[in-house]
Design a protein. Sequence first.
Length: 86
Amino acid sequence: MTENDLELAKKIKIKFGTATTEPSSIQLRKIKQDIQDLYAKGATPSEEDWVEIVRRYCPDARSYKYVYEGAEKADLATLNELAKKQ
């Protein structure tokens, strides 16, 4: 994973409470592709889009939210910027 991918994966873990091993590089690639597909259609991904996409590839998302209590929260704009980068 690139440095950008590692940062995005960290922010996804914190924001969506994924397992500590998620998202994997494969899951992250799929998440990024779905987000980039929304941009290609002229849409800016919403919070709901992110939740749906992350849950699609990391089904246990939200199950580990307590692990990241008090950690830095990723805002939607930061997630979108990181997801657009290759």
